[in-house]
Design a protein around this ligand. Sequence first.
Ligand SMILES: Nc1ccn([C@@H]2O[C@H](COP(=O)(O)OP(=O)(O)OP(=O)(O)O)[C@@H](O)[C@H]2O)c(=O)n1
Ligand SMILES: C[C@](O)(CO)[C@H](O)COP(=O)(O)O
Length: 255
Amino acid sequence: MSGASAAGDPSEAPRVTAAVLAGGVGARMGGARPKQLLPLAGRAVIERSIAAFCDAPDVDDVIVLMVEDHLPEVSEMVEHGGLAKVSAVLPGGPTRTATSTAALRALDTRDGRDLVLLHDAVRPLVSQRVIADCVAALTEAGAVGTAVPTADTVIEVERDTSGSQTLRAVPPRESLRRMQTPQGFRLDVLRRAYDRALADPELAATDDCGVVLRYLPGETVRIVEGDESNLKITNPGDVEVAEMLLRRQPAARVP
Ligand SMILES: Nc1ccn([C@@H]2O[C@H](COP(=O)(O)OP(=O)(O)OP(=O)(O)O)[C@@H](O)[C@H]2O)c(=O)n1
Ligand SMILES: C[C@](O)(CO)[C@H](O)COP(=O)(O)O
């Protein structure tokens, strides 16, 4: 799918950009530095995430949206880490949504038929199969998410003023999935969704596919199978889990 930008010539393959979202501070993880900078089997978490998209044949270029205080460190990592597809290292925003829209702004001059894959920097074990499936899905849909089934029964609760929780609903498990990233979009779709979303004072999103679903209700959001190993490093202990998963991978890039 890779190729020059689709600007103007419909016969050209759309350009595919990965945007690695790394603007978070890692409050749940704790620690002095954002968790995307933690070492994972000899390489930083974020470096592994960037490298996965640099290694992906379908991806033409990669932009990184990082916590502003740590931009020099990531720029240095890119320069010395052979991450040649990285075209920009830019500041993230105060929320994940703000970082997603910062990525959109960075792609302002791209043709609307070009594609963007938004990926959590703290999902360093994303596979080449998932990346390829996301890009392939965008040949027939304007949006795509990556998701895995849930082994637990997922419930809906309500919380009273004292904070105690009661069970409100048990959605049928067969229709439930746990969303991951990458989440991919044709740029014109994501632009239209965020144009509407950012005009909504009630906007509260934890991902990007949900923004398209809510603000572009007619748009198909395809879902491709993720991997249980595509975990989001969130809490203490998650890096150790990722290290174990990484060492089990057949072609482990260790380091
Ligand atoms: N303002 C933000 C917040 C989050 N993210 C990114 O979104 C991904 C998933 O977010 P999460 O796991 O919540 O990371 P943090 O927000 O850093 O974690 P916490 O909520 O514990 O602070 C991460 O790669 C994170 O860097 C971002 O780009 N910009
Ligand atoms: C985008 C995401 O990874 C899908 O599961 C998740 O919503 C990110 O949530 P976070 O609170 O920003 O980690």
